[in-house]
Design a protein around this ligand. Structure first.
Ligand SMILES: Cc1cc2nc3c(=O)[nH]c(=O)nc-3n(C[C@H](O)[C@H](O)[C@H](O)COP(=O)(O)OP(=O)(O)OC[C@H]3O[C@@H](n4cnc5c(N)ncnc54)[C@H](O)[C@@H]3O)c2cc1C
Length: 413
């Protein structure tokens, strides 16, 4: 093998290797136009082309693939939500991650190491008991553990914080895990492109032509195209894009920040979070400790990172693991998250007949990359919203049938 590698290295005239072909010219029309080359848009393109035989598909991405929230997120994958529709949906998401590397023939480095959320108050313990019962009922691996159980699962946790935030117990979710975010996006992109999907980077959607209750054309900075169906999966820009199509979504944008430390030897083999401290920690495959928390407390459509948030995250991390105090921070960044009033996504139909929504993914949409892509592809291909997506319909807000997941999304992502 090394000899083969040497021979390959010395050979002249290597053909450049592309995971996906360079951006082609735009066709005049497509059966399906997908707005957004993040994980969700790319996954939908893959499932459309692989399982529904729809290959005349364009993915339009204004920047580069996964450059939105997909490659900014902290990669928590889990299904320990509160309501049954959410748990069932995210459970399907986790099961797709379990087989994703095989499905795509692309290593997405899924590591199902379990997630532990700490409780620092009786109120938190009570809500964990409820979430555990709901989760068990819907078939996830989830249980409440006491303080001794926390220490057993993660001996590195500082249990008393000098009496300030004593750890009373936790919610252990054995199905929780993490995957390499850009690999997920590139895996879906590569296989979709092989199936004939066109991926257009640096192609920004700037408006729509609408006739009656249908979108007829999609305008971009590279020209106008006709579209049979349109699927919107534009991350932090979802509210704005929908507005261009004349649709008002109940979405507000908040920055969400994260940061990583220098690489350390592996010591943290679970995902650890504390919603009371608004902090969570994960050790990446490179050894860096990824530290994340809640959104900034103001609305903004910007990816600026700030000193106050860095201080808040560092404070939380040091309360959980004071021995990290000498560790250096390498990078800090932010993404624009599209938050709905009930902290659940909006999937399915829109007021326009051929315009479909995959929006409102806020701080929690990475784990749903596969399942949202698969189920939205099914929706677009059959023009029928599958049962599993129905509770997430846009009109739930006017029906007052909200799916409140505020507690389950808080700082656990
Ligand atoms: C710091 C941070 C941490 C997070 N941590 C987690 C986590 O641990 N677990 C979890 O499940 N989720 C997490 N999330 C949320 C998660 O990242 C998102 O919900 C998810 O990535 C959404 O994927 P997407 O494909 O819908 O959107 P994106 O990845 O944002 O993709 C949308 C794409 O649309 C493109 N676009 C926008 N406007 C246009 C236009 N006019 N024309 C063409 N293209 C356009 C954008 O450039 C972008 O690439 C986190 C988010 C952040 C910011």
């Amino acid at each position: 093998m090394p000899l083969e590698l040497l021979k390959y290295g010395l050979r002249r005239g290597h053909k450049p290797f592309h995971d996906i072909p360079p951006t082609p010219d735009l066709r005049r029309s497509y059966d399906v136009v997908i707005i957004g080359g993040g994980g969700h848009g790319l996954a939908a393109a893959y499932y459309l082309s692989r399982y529904h035989g729809i290959t005349n598909v364009a993915v339009l991405e204004k920047g580069y693939l996964a450059g939105g929230n997909t490659a900014r997120n902290t990669t928590t994958v889990r299904s320990n939500y509160l309501t049954i529709p959410s748990i069932e949906f995210y459970r399907e998401g986790v099961s797709l991650f379990e087989n994703m590397s095989h499905e795509l023939g692309f290593n997405v480095m899924f590591s199902q190491r379990g997630q532990l959320t700490l409780a620092h108050s009786d109120g938190a313990m009570r809500s964990f008991r409820l979430r555990a019962e709901m989760g068990k009922h819907a078939g996830t691996r989830i249980e409440v553990v006491d303080a001794r159980g926390v220490q057993k699962i993660c001996p590195h946790v500082n249990m008393d914080f000098g009496g300030q935030h004593e750890v009373l117990g936790g919610l252990w979710h054995a199905d929780g895990g993490t995957a390499r975010h850009d690999a997920v996006a590139w895996g879906y992109a590569k296989r979709a492109a092989e199936n004939g999907v066109q991926i257009h980077q640096r192609t920004e959607v700037t408006g729509f032509g609408v006739s009656g209750d249908r979108v007829t054309e999609v305008r971009t900075n590279r020209g106008t195209i006709q579209a049979g169906q349109v699927l919107q999966a534009a991350g932090g820009m979802n509210g704005r894009i929908a507005e261009m199509a004349g649709i008002r979504l109940p979405i507000r944008c908040f920055p969400l920040q994260a940061m990583v430390t220098q690489p350390l030897k592996p010591f943290l083999d679970i995902l650890l979070s504390s919603s009371d401290l608004h902090t969570y920690l994960v050790q990446s495959s490179r050894g860096e400790i990824v530290i994340g928390g809640g959104t900034d407390p103001y609305q903004l459509a910007s990816t600026r990172s700030t000193l106050p948030q860095k201080e808040a995250l560092a404070t939380g991390a040091l309360q959980l693991m004071p021995f990290l105090h000498n560790v250096k921070l390498l990078r800090q960044w932010a993404g624009i998250t599209d938050i709905t009033p009930d902290f659940s996504p909006i999937m399915g139909a829109s007021p326009l007949q051929n315009y479909w929504l995959d929006a409102g993914w806020g701080t929690w949409g990475f784990k749903a990359t596969g399942v949202a892509g698969k189920r939205m592809a099914e929706t677009v291909a059959t023009a029928r919203v599958p049962d599993i997506l129905r509770p997430f319909a846009l009109d739930r807000f006017s029906r007052f049938e909200l799916l409140n997941e505020m507690g389950a999304t808080a700082a656990g992502h």
